[in-house]
Design a protein around this ligand. Sequence first.
Ligand SMILES: [Zn+2]
Length: 199
Amino acid sequence: MADNILSRGMKIDSRCQICGLEGESSNHVLFSCTWARQLMSDRSVSSQFTQSIPWLLWLLWKNRNDFLFEGRMSTTSNLMEKSQKEASDWLQVQMIEVLLHSRKSSCGYLNAMDAKLCFWTWAVESMSNLKIRRVILVGQEEDIIGMIKRPIAWPSFKFHSSTLSDMLTNISQWRMVVEEKRCNKGAFLIARSVTMEDR
Ligand SMILES: [Zn+2]
């Protein structure tokens, strides 16, 4: 913050770059900046608001940096909506129980279909190796699920899907369901943490 940097003897503009008032402390950015106060008073649903406060503070801080370094600033309603979304995502995750979880990275696929088939085969192979006999396989790959469930409708992919079909014979009871990735919450959040949060 400006106050902090000034105390170390560096010359910078000590005013808050968002509202123009003197003394940009962390307290100012998060609580007393006119902008933060406007956001805090804009609470339409109170219980939703209370549970999203930690995300709101984080987003206020992020907003300050975005404005300072990139000249971007979100609207209060945008920040409010985002913080409530983050809070409800987090609360949902607390209710999901992930029993087993594994990851695989690979390269050299011929095309997207090849990659999808390899991934599905790996998932089924893992279930089979773990001796899990009753499985509901859920994913957003309508094509893969289609070619397994109705191979007649996908004649040109018969060869491609054969490894996956063979692997499925090791599982005594299985079902495949097309599901939008946001509904497959546990898997979605694990995948997002790997691809976007560099974990
Ligand atoms: Zn301010």
